[in-house]
Design a protein around this ligand. Structure first.
Ligand SMILES: [Zn+2]
Length: 167
């Protein structure tokens, strides 16, 4: 496996800074991390010292947490999906910092990909993102500051969905 695996439900994970370049030895595969995960792992203590991107991608984190039970997000899936996709999102997709538990959107049984927060540079002037945030504001019956809007997109379509990270 590549030292820098691609995560389809968090495609810009490396740009989002959730991995650091590091030679530290990964607790799960005992090889230099290359890309060391720097976000929280939700599991019973003790927290593994270092986890590499490869072991996030293939789920090897399970080997070094109590009962093999862990998650990478403080979230709930916003709809029905298969067990395999639910596990891919929860355990094999790198997380990102949020203030609160959030809803991960699902459409037609498939979770969406997390693209970033509404205020991120790549979204400047993006009308599809703007209208997803506007739709969310309408649902919430209020104004939404773009920095609190989490932007998701369908894997093979171009439907954008915004969800809210309240502080
Ligand atoms: Zn590893």
């Amino acid at each position: 496996m590549s030292d820098k695996p691609f995560f389809r439900f968090h495609p810009d994970a490396y740009d989002h800074g959730v991995f650091d370049e590091s030679d530290e030895v990964c607790s799960a595969c005992s090889r230099p991390c290359v890309w060391k995960y720097n976000q929280h792992i939700y599991a019973l203590p003790p927290e593994p010292k270092a986890i590499c991107a490869r072991c996030i991608s293939d789920g090897s984190v399970a080997k070094v947490v109590p009962d093999g039970d862990y998650g990478l997000h403080d979230f709930e899936l916003g709809g029905e999906t298969s067990e395999a996709l639910a596990i891919e999102v929860e355990q094999r997709t790198p997380g990102f910092s949020t203030f609160n538990p959030f809803l991960w959107p699902v459409r037609n049984g498939v979770p969406l990909a997390f693209l970033g927060f509404g205020a991120d540079d790549p979204f400047k002037g993006d009308d599809a993102v703007k209208s997803a945030i506007a739709k969310l504001a309408e649902e919430m019956d209020g104004e939404i500051a773009p920095d609190y809007a989490m932007i998701f997109k369908t894997l093979d379509g171009d439907e954008y969905v915004a969800t809210l990270d309240l502080d």
